[in-house]
Design a protein around this ligand. Sequence first.
Ligand SMILES: [Zn+2]
Length: 83
Amino acid sequence: MLKCKDCKKWLTSTRTQLAVDSNNTVKKVINIPAKECHMCGKITINDSTMKRVNRYINECKEEVLDFQKYEDDESVASNELLL
Ligand SMILES: [Zn+2]
């Protein structure tokens, strides 16, 4: 569990979206798991999630990237590698 650096309040789980620059086009990433502070409304995305966002952005051909969909695809792909 994480606390807000400013308010010292517990953060709650939420989903957020981001606009990310990729090869001179701005792509929208939706359904990103994040933590939200209800006091100040600040949204925090952890580093490993951000790394995956950046990786999916490079693979994504569409303008809108559904993070959850890529997560699902990725777990299928890694399962296949284990076979
Ligand atoms: Zn806060």
